[in-house]
Design a protein around this ligand. Structure first.
Ligand code: ADP
Ligand code: MG
Length: 246
């Protein structure tokens, strides 16, 4: 059974079609890139997948269960994680406190008032920090992190909910090419671990996409125009047309 199946998904904003008849699946352990030019509909698709937007048409299934139109909180509880930017507020907390806060939030989710009294495992935060390579920065305020390390912290926070599917919309935006490769190599390692999440990500750097995606989905004007491995996509005339204009 697919981790995620999307069928005939569509969304328009005041008559402007953002996503039009989008269908694809993500399998267990896969790292899938969703690429396409600006305005192709990638972020709108992600926002429907995590329940921030309600689709106009179509269906979204998670492990076969129809989650179409579910609120974001409930979809998160079902195991769909996403990366959020660490805001200024969280910047004043230490790196470890950020992960601890996320772990506590996930623990409370879906439980009653009394779950507050349940202590969380302090080792869990340190284990996550080790996973993303931030052990040495654990006691520093998040605001002091270099940009690439902040992205690692955002990843640790996303992983704190033990997602089965991790959605990452432009996770490497603003990073230098070398940093992008390093971050996505780390994500790939996490995804390929036993019990690791499947990953769906958007990315503009084609070197990163070709290096780390198991499979590539190409969107243009709200619909898929190509799908396949790096070689298929590199040689696809429709993809070349969209990216190179001819
Ligand atoms: P991408 O992430 O691939 O760059 P988006 O999903 O952000 O594309 O946008 C797809 C299309 O939908 C664009 O034409 C964009 O202008 C439009 N769009 C996205 N969000 C909104 C919104 N909230 N209101 C109106 N139009 C939107
Ligand atoms: Mg976008």
């Amino acid at each position: 059974m697919s981790v995620l199946s999307v069928d005939n998904l569509a969304k328009a904003f005041q008559g402007v079609v953002a996503v039009d008849d989008l269908s694809f699946a993500v399998e267990s352990g896969e790292m899938v890139a969703l690429i396409g030019p600006n305005g192709a509909g990638k972020s709108t698709s992600f926002n429907m997948l995590n329940g921030q937007l309600t689709p106009d048409r179509g269906s979204i299934r998670l492990f076969g269960r129809d989650i179409t139109g579910w609120p974001a909180r409930r979809i998160a509880r079902e195991g769909v994680g996403r990366t959020f930017q660490i805001t200024q507020t969280f910047g004043s907390m230490t790196v470890r406190e950020n992960v601890q806060t996320a772990l506590i939030a996930h623990r409370r989710r879906g439980f009653d008032l009394f779950s507050r009294a349940v202590a969380f495992d302090p080792a869990a935060a340190d284990a996550l920090l080790a996973t993303v390579g931030l052990s040495e920065a654990a006691d520093r305020p998040a605001a002091q992190l270099a940009y690439g390390d902040l992205k690692r912290l955002e990843l640790a926070v996303a992983l704190s909910g033990k997602p089965r599917l991790l959605l990452m919309d432009e996770p490497t935006a603003g990073m230098a090419p070398g940093e992008r490769q390093a971050l996505m190599a780390l994500v790939r390692k996490i995804a390929s671990a036993a019990e690791g999440p499947s990953v769906l990500f958007t990315e503009h750097d084609m070197d990163v996409v070709f290096a780390h995606a198991d499979r590539i989905l190409v969107m243009n004007r709200g619909a898929l125009i190509a799908e396949g491995g790096a070689e298929d996509i590199r040689n696809d005339p429709r993809v070349r047309e969209v990216y190179l204009g001819g």
